[in-house]
Design a protein around this ligand. Sequence first.
Ligand SMILES: NC(=O)c1ccc[n+]([C@@H]2O[C@H](COP(=O)([O-])OP(=O)(O)OC[C@H]3O[C@@H](n4cnc5c(N)ncnc54)[C@H](OP(=O)(O)O)[C@@H]3O)[C@@H](O)[C@H]2O)c1
Length: 320
Amino acid sequence: MISRRDWLRISAGAGAALGLNPRLLRALQTGAVRTRAIPSTGEQVPIIGLGGRWISANSPPEELADHRRVLHALADGAEGAGRVFDSAAGYGRGGSETYAGQWAEEDGFGDGIFWTTKVNVAGRGGGSADPAAVRDQIERSFTRLRRDVIDLDQVHNMGDPPTQLGILQEYKESGRIRYIGITTTSQRQYGRLADVMRQYPLDFIGIDYAIDNRTVEERILPLAQDEGIAVMVYLPFGRSRMWRRIGDRELPDWASEFDAHTWAQFMLKYVVAHPAVTVAAPGTGDPAHMVDNLGGGRGRLPTREHLRRMVDLVEGLPGG
Ligand SMILES: NC(=O)c1ccc[n+]([C@@H]2O[C@H](COP(=O)([O-])OP(=O)(O)OC[C@H]3O[C@@H](n4cnc5c(N)ncnc54)[C@H](OP(=O)(O)O)[C@@H]3O)[C@@H](O)[C@H]2O)c1
């Protein structure tokens, strides 16, 4: 198991890689970690987690070693700075669940993680799910993650909600899954998502939201607040999109007014400032980036005026 001293060494290396000065790095490690309540229970989770899409059965060993360090930084790094790990049965040919479960067991950090995964045997919307295949896939997630209880299992990409949410609900009632939900990152599915949010007893939704991708602010986020559904944010950087748009621009000085010291923290703080958002799950395979992202969960959040200024700035970038 990684010790706090090891973590500080890793994060000091990460800080150097990010060009952070030691005083700033200390601030990132020591500021209070922000948490939000899951509306259906009141349980608190840190507002920054990790998206596990890029851990794959096909990843070369050196990449896997980095992903393992990323998970360490999430689980036992800065004393509960992060916790939520988002995976899916379909990620990386099963490698995302399998490796995360194996490392957690071998290194003893499994209890530090809030384990979230997804099920879908019906494709992206449209198709229907064979109940036996749904159960098989859910059971495989328990085996791969090496957990008796999964914290959150969501229907991936709106696949056959009646069948798959129904089965997840049974697992929830048996106590093996603590929370259930549904995800999409396709605006074409927002209408159906809104219907499902009204019709089913969901604990969570997972949805795409970024400073330059704000459609969910119109209907989905207010509905989540009305219905008491937690929101996990996906694609907070739009994968490579926002990085391309920012290029080598300097972070504006006023970002320090809400304790954003890097562009990653600037973008993460934009999405977690929305009161409907429970946790953001940025993806990374780089331990330095994980430390950076966790910094987005500490310190002050932008005010309404900052949020307006942030959007203005981003709208002036190329590639909008
Ligand atoms: N329908 C669904 O349910 C659905 C769909 C899509 C995604 N998701 C979930 O959302 C998660 C996030 O999505 P994503 O990983 O595709 O996109 P993302 O979080 O928007 O962006 C990831 C990209 O940003 C880079 N990055 C991360 N932190 C950085 C930092 N501090 N500084 C510079 N670059 C940084 C990563 O590169 P490095 O590896 O080099 O850091 C990677 O290229 C996924 O992992 C998955 O769990 C769910």
